[in-house]
Design a protein around this ligand. Structure first.
Ligand SMILES: [Zn+2]
Length: 51
């Protein structure tokens, strides 16, 4: 009786079946996005005419 039962992994976040909710890469990315406020790039003022 060879019936390897794979761990029922079903990400409830993105619906992926190759990972769990805990290790959802998408969730992590989103968490990072939320955790780290994407700072708008400081307007780098490139002064023209500077030799
Ligand atoms: Zn996922």
């Amino acid at each position: 009786m060879l019936h390897p039962e794979p761990p029922a992994k079903c990400c409830s976040y993105c619906g992926g079946r190759d990972h769990d909710f805990e290790e959802c890469p998408k969730r992590r990315a989103d968490a990072e996005k939320e955790g780290v406020a994407p700072e708008p790039e400081p307007a780098t003022r490139v002064e023209p005419g500077q030799t």
